[in-house]
Design a protein around this ligand. Structure first.
Ligand code: NAD
Length: 285
């Protein structure tokens, strides 16, 4: 099921992919778009992204039946406040943020009565960002987590059907659990990738040229995601503190155990650990 009028706020990788996926699905929704910077709006117009790229958030959301907040998590509250007076009664607001509790806390207080908020998080992305990074198949067979948190069954089911039409599978999740799951499968892996690049850069005895030349040996695959947008990732860590600190604590405990095994020559521990984790990893396609 689609929405007659959709407003995409923030025209980066996630929103532009939504637009192309809507087009591919043959949805006849009228799509308006808004991004804060003139340069992004100009690029969006040049790419034919959205049916109408608006110069103000008010204009973009005015008649929308679905409003999608697709900006960095730290900008959601401010954007919600700016758009709130212009929302059509009965419309649904959703978001695509990588953190859910902080977004709910930042957005919900601004929404007028009669407007439903159904938070969502498509578990799909690349290390690229901006309006020209999007593509129609980004969500194919990927999960979109829906965190209904107070939304009506009707609004939730309609948003699920929308994401399914974009190619995604949907699953409902409780907010705290969402933030913990994402800390494990996405947030801490990004932090570790960023850290590994920082370590390589800091290590003067290995030159940048050597890192590039020999990077096929793990470094290239492992650190691909460290090319991701710094604003987005800064906001993720600032807004998902409890879960990321918990998983980071567990990660460093395991790392110290492995460090000790290396130092003491405990090959059995290393072998058992790698055997167990290889089995788990092989189960992930
Ligand atoms: P992006 O950097 O590609 O795009 C963000 C867009 O928001 C840009 O067009 C920028 O101009 C605009 N913007 C920033 N602040 C704004 C503001 N205050 N008002 C209006 N526009 C503003 O980012 P993205 O990858 O599309 O991420 C968008 C959201 O999706 C983030 O909340 C992120 O956590 C979430 N998300 C990202 C991924 C991923 O892998 N990239 C995956 C799932 C969810």
């Amino acid at each position: 099921m689609s929405y007659p009028r959709v407003a995409l706020l923030g025209l980066g990788l996630i929103a532009s992919s939504m637009f192309w996926a809507m087009k591919r699905a043959g949805m006849d929704s009228h799509v308006t778009g808004y991004a804060r910077s003139q340069a992004t709006r100009d690029t969006a117009r040049r790419l034919g992204l959205c049916h109408e790229v608006c110069d103000s958030v008010a204009e973009a959301v005015r008649d929308a039946d679905l409003v999608v907040l697709a900006v960095p998590v730290g900008a959601m509250g401010e954007l919600a406040e700016a758009m709130a007076p212009h929302l059509k009664p009965g419309c649904t607001v959703t978001d695509v943020g990588s953190v859910k509790q902080a977004v709910i806390d930042a957005v919900r207080p601004h929404l007028p009565e009669g407007v439903e908020f159904v938070p969502a998080h498509p578990m799909a992305g690349t290390e690229h960002s901006g309006p020209d990074a999007g593509f129609a198949s980004l969500y194919d067979n990927r999960w979109c987590l829906i965190v209904p948190e107070g939304a009506s069954e009707q609004a939730t089911a309609r948003l699920e059907a929308y994401w399914q039409a974009l190619g995604a599978n949907t699953e409902r999740m409780e907010v705290e659990h969402h933030d913990l799951v994402c800390a494990v499968v996405s947030h801490i892996p990004h932090l570790i990738a960023y850290t590994m690049v920082g370590v390589a850069d800091d290590l003067r005895r290995v030159s940048d040229q050597e890192v590039i030349k020999f990077s096929a040996a793990g470094f290239r695959d492992f650190t691909r995601i460290a090319a991701s947008d710094p604003t987005m990732w800064r906001d993720v860590f600032l807004t998902n503190k409890p879960a990321t600190l918990e998983i980071l604590g567990r990660f460093t405990e395991e790392l110290f155990a492995l460090q000790r095994a290396i130092r003491t020559g405990d090959g059995q521990l290393l072998f058992d650990y790698f055997t167990r984790t290889r089995e788990i990893r092989r189960g992930i396609l």
